[in-house]
Design a protein around this ligand. Structure first.
Ligand code: ADP
Ligand code: VHF
Length: 367
């Protein structure tokens, strides 16, 4: 078997309802069984679940509502409770806890909120708790919405530093045309580049259940592949899909990641102009260059500029030479207060803490 992997599983409304007007409990049980089996084999699972609106309609017995955004939000507010309750009960069968995360695009665009969400997601995964993510439909307005759960799942895959993103849907994968309309359409099994010709093949959702169809799945694949994550579109109505996939078996449509995840992160960190800098002492310099350590506040002698938690800063030696770039876990004011101090005193000085390091090694590119 391949090593332990992090897999984001996105379940479309089409899968969760099986094309009906109700959540298909039997199908949800089967998906949870597969997730539990993968976790028992040492893998980490993140679930991105659609279906809140469908669950709301079912729970309220298909009410007649005006076709407004507020009506959809009402259905999502009611349905999300049902949905998460169901996931909670089903995972509990296997003794697995879940943690709900409702996010919007605004959470991803603000560096500080992004980092908070990422820390929380990793904290859940470390405790072997399954994060169950949906868009915060009940409160999100059009301006701050991701809009569809395909794109949301790509963001979840980046947040969780996933190896693979699995988009489970009501088709075998991406076809040369929508198979609902074109009986001659054929399955595309490998995609190395998402170009305009491919985008032309991906249509919208015609079932009236899902949002975005294959078009948004392609957008999600583009984002995730650029971040170094393989994406698979596969059918959600079959047993052992998740395990087969983790064993490396081919299925559905595989979008091959464009570059290694580390390379991609490197580009991002170096691509972002530093928002400020931290000057470090000789001890920290040795730790960074020779031991591959994280940067601790203790080794910082001066903080220059104003930056937020989550922004990229330059790490410089006392001569002003650029040693590394990395994501600061504290804002500039906080970093100034804890510079030169032991990590154990951070919460005493600030009244809170985001961990012992100023810049984590995983978020740092040296050289
Ligand atoms: N080229 C294509 N290949 C496969 N499916 C396609 C294609 N173009 C459009 N579709 C449509 O996309 C639908 C799946 O997307 P969607 O309805 O949004 O489901 P989900 O709820 O899983 O996100 C399919 O049922 C199919 O009708
Ligand atoms: N957030 C919405 C689902 C939005 C969405 O993208 O749906 P789908 O295309 O079925 O994945 C809900 O929970 O109803």
């Amino acid at each position: 078997m391949r090593g332990s992997q992090t897999l984001v599983v996105k379940l479309g409304t089409s899968v969760l309802t099986g094309g009906s007007r109700q959540l298909n409990r039997a199908r949800m049980v089967e998906i949870v069984r597969q997730c539990a089996q993968a976790m028992a084999a040492g893998h980490r699972i993140v679930v991105v679940t659609s279906g809140a609106i469908a669950a709301g309609r079912e729970h309220l017995n298909y009410p007649e509502l005006p076709p407004t955004i507020a009506s959809k939000q009402l259905l999502a507010a009611v349905g999300q409770c049902r949905l998460i309750q169901l996931w909670e009960q089903l995972f509990a069968i296997y003794g697995i806890h879940i943690g709900q995360m409702l996010i919007t695009r605004a959470d991803m665009e603000d560096r500080e909120r992004f980092l908070n969400a990422r820390d929380m997601l990793h904290a859940l995964l470390e405790q072997r708790i399954v994060p169950v993510i949906n868009e915060n439909d009940a409160v999100a307005t059009a301006e701050i919405k991701v809009g569809d759960n395909d794109n949301l799942s790509a963001l979840a895959a980046i947040l969780s530093d996933a190896d693979k993103l699995l988009l489970l849907t009501d088709q075998q994968g991406l076809f040369t045309a929508d198979p609902r309309h074109d009986p001659n359409a054929t399955l595309i099994s490998d995609v190395y580049q998402i170009d305009d010709a491919l985008k032309m093949m991906a249509g919208g959702s015609v079932s009236g259940l899902g949002t975005g169809g294959m078009a948004t799945k392609l957008q999600a694949a583009e984002v995730a592949c650029r971040a170094g994550i393989d994406v698979i579109i596969a059918p959600g109505d079959q047993p052992i899909v998740i395990n087969k996939l983790l064993e490396g078996e081919k299925m559905g449509t595989l979008f091959h990641a464009q570059e290694h995840r580390l390379e991609s992160r490197k580009h991002w960190i170096f691509g972002a102009p530093p928002a400020g800098s931290a000057i470090i002492d000789a001890g920290a310099l040795t730790a960074l260059l020779e031991r591959g350590s994280s940067l601790l506040p203790k080794g910082i002698t001066e903080v220059i500029g104003n930056f937020s938690r989550g922004e990229v800063i330059a790490i410089r030696d006392d001569q002003g030479n650029d040693i590394a770039h990395g994501v600061s876990r504290y804002n500039s004011d906080a970093l100034r207060m804890i510079a030169g101090k032991h990590s154990q005193t951070i919460s005493e000085i600030l009244g809170y803490e985001y961990g012992a390091v100023a810049v984590h090694r995983d978020d740092m590119i040296v050289g």
